[in-house]
Design a protein around this ligand. Structure first.
Ligand code: NDP
Length: 279
């Protein structure tokens, strides 16, 4: 069994990103990513800080636009609209959670596809589903990058995804399907979760529930990607998969698995946007 470390993958992506970012700066273009945040949620703040840190290390400019945690839809919409039209901005992230009463669907369409570096808008999701060029949600792509790096074969193999959110579960399932895996999606209404997960050659868990997947829920020799990030009472970051699963299966660590690859892909997508927008 192997520890599926995300750090070497993140490192390789960031090295390339930094070289490209420096080249753009020499050509007078400052690759810039804008993050709109309107929450005091600690985990969201932690995520935004980690993106900013990684951006800085890669010579990408990260512009954090902090709005009040009771900002109304029109204020956030106006901000997104001006970022969409600003030629110095190459990527836009809208951080969740949003203030109470703000409906995310009223906002995501305001992010133009070419700046939608986390594949969050309905247009990007549709393009992706149709196999047309679009950014995939970075977390979903990170799962596939990890499987690719550790040479996990996918065609014809049984993949089970736990979670069906727009930003993780569904796009992961789609990307696995595109690579010819046979995919099952489980969710909170699935009966006998373990019965499904035990069939998996590849198990991707993105539920946000500590200890959801236990030793007995995993087939020996399986490959398990733990997307979950949960903060424990003593302020530790843990995934959804019990640690002893690593005794029988290849497992991504939390932290240090999907997370660093995700942030690196956000930066890589920003540079792809720079390329498209400055041509
Ligand atoms: P959501 O809360 O949007 O979705 C969770 C999904 O898990 C839902 O589809 C839900 O089912 C399902 N679920 C919840 N409980 C169970 C259960 N007991 N059994 C089976 N399925 C269950 O979360 P996200 O998709 O946004 O994120 C998932 C996790 O990944 C979180 O821990 C999040 O913090 C983490 N994450 C990590 C990232 C990284 O870079 N490492 C990035 C993004 C997210 P239903 O639809 O029926 O409610």
């Amino acid at each position: 069994v192997r520890l599926l470390d995300g750090k070497p993958i993140a490192h390789a992506i960031r090295q390339k990103v930094q070289q490209q970012a420096v080249a753009y700066r020499e050509a007078g273009i400052i690759p810039t990513l804008a993050i709109v945040i309107a929450t005091t949620d600690a985990q969201a703040a932690w995520y935004v800080r980690s993106i900013c840190k990684a951006a800085e290390a890669c010579d990408i400019n990260a512009l954090v636009i902090e709005l009040s945690s009771d900002a109304k839809t029109d204020v956030i919409a106006a901000e997104l609209g001006s970022l969409a039209n600003d030629p110095t901005i190459h990527g836009i992230l809208l951080q969740t959670p949003l203030p109470d009463g703000v409906v995310i669907d009223d906002l995501l369409s305001l992010i133009p596809s070419e700046k939608d570096i986390d594949g969050a808008s309905p247009a990007s999701a549709g393009q992706l589903l149709y196999g047309l060029p679009a950014f995939a949600p970075a977390t979903a792509e990170a799962v596939l990058k990890i499987l690719e790096y550790y040479e996990v074969p996918l065609p014809g193999r049984r993949a089970v995804v736990v979670g069906r959110s727009r930003i993780v579960g569904k796009p992961v399932a789609h990307l696995l399907l595109e690579r010819d895996a046979t995919v099952t999606i489980c969710h909170s209404r699935s009966r006998d979760l373990g019965e499904h997960t035990r069939t998996a050659d590849i198990l991707v868990v993105a539920a946000g529930k500590i200890g959801l997947i236990q030793h007995g829920d995993v087939k020996s020799g399986a490959v398990v990607v733990d997307v979950g990030t949960n903060v424990t009472e003593d302020n530790k970051l843990v995934g959804d998969v019990a640690a002893d699963v690593a005794e029988i299966a290849d497992l991504t660590p939390v932290p240090g698995g999907v997370g660093p690859v995700t942030t690196s892909l956000i930066l890589q997508h920003t540079l792809i946007s720079v390329d498209k927008l400055t041509k």
